[in-house]
Design a protein around this ligand. Sequence first.
Ligand SMILES: Nc1ncnc2c1ncn2[C@@H]1O[C@H](COP(=O)(O)OP(=O)(O)OP(=O)(O)O)[C@@H](O)[C@H]1O
Ligand SMILES: [Mg+2]
Length: 261
Amino acid sequence: MKIAISGKGGVGKTTIASDLIRHLAGRGFSVYAVDADPDVSLGTALGVPDEELLDQTPLIDLKEVISEKMGDGALYPLNPRVDDVLDRYALDFKGIKLLRMGGVKAGGAACYCRENSFLKAVVDSLVLDRDEVVVMDMGAGIEHLTRGTARGVDAMLVITEPTPISVRTAKVIGKLAGELGIERVRYVGNKVRTDRERRFLEESFAPGELWAVLPYDEEMLEGSLEGGGSTPAKGQVAERVAAIADRLVAESRAGAATKSS
Ligand SMILES: Nc1ncnc2c1ncn2[C@@H]1O[C@H](COP(=O)(O)OP(=O)(O)OP(=O)(O)O)[C@@H](O)[C@H]1O
Ligand SMILES: [Mg+2]
């Protein structure tokens, strides 16, 4: 099962991604955590020490490997063999395998199609059996979606705060995800403080689109002020994220059963 997590800046993607990862690892899944954010936030949220994180070269900066796999000519292979890249560059932390993609390189005269194809090949090479899961923290905004690395994910969770601007971005992302062929786009409200905010979210989406509404948790803010990053969710937030994880697993198994029958 491959899950991507997206949404406007600061809505709680990394917090929710790391919580999903912890929950799924705790349930015995072998989890690949893919950080598509330019900084090291997912690793930090998972509790990986900074020295280890900063030691890991982002995939996009593996110039020699990219050149070896993709060649240097004008044309490059669409399906390069990259299965060894995972073993060599994934950081193992308590059984969770962490990969950092590195910053989106785009725009200007340079084309990073080759690099982006390489990243996509690495993500595609994660061909999974039923006990393996990939959770990708896509970082903020929509640039990452144009990389194509999210193509082929089974489900995308789009996180939104209860504000019109956050919801608008969530819907733009959801639409793009649909255009990329991602069938299951699910919205999750986060940092909801009042009934009014909850109703605003419920009214913003079609029935069934909004999977969960997570409350604003004062303790989490405190924790991140002290620790300098996202902190593990507790209480209701953790419970609801666990429920989301279980629902994703159930849906993915039901989908797999339909496909094989
Ligand atoms: N339900 C919540 N209640 C309170 N604080 C929260 C909640 N969810 C996330 N936060 C806090 O909001 C901040 C941003 O969260 P996080 O880093 O997960 O967002 P993000 O979407 O990954 O941000 P970015 O776009 O910068 O990657 C963090 O300080 C985090 O602890
Ligand atoms: Mg983040």
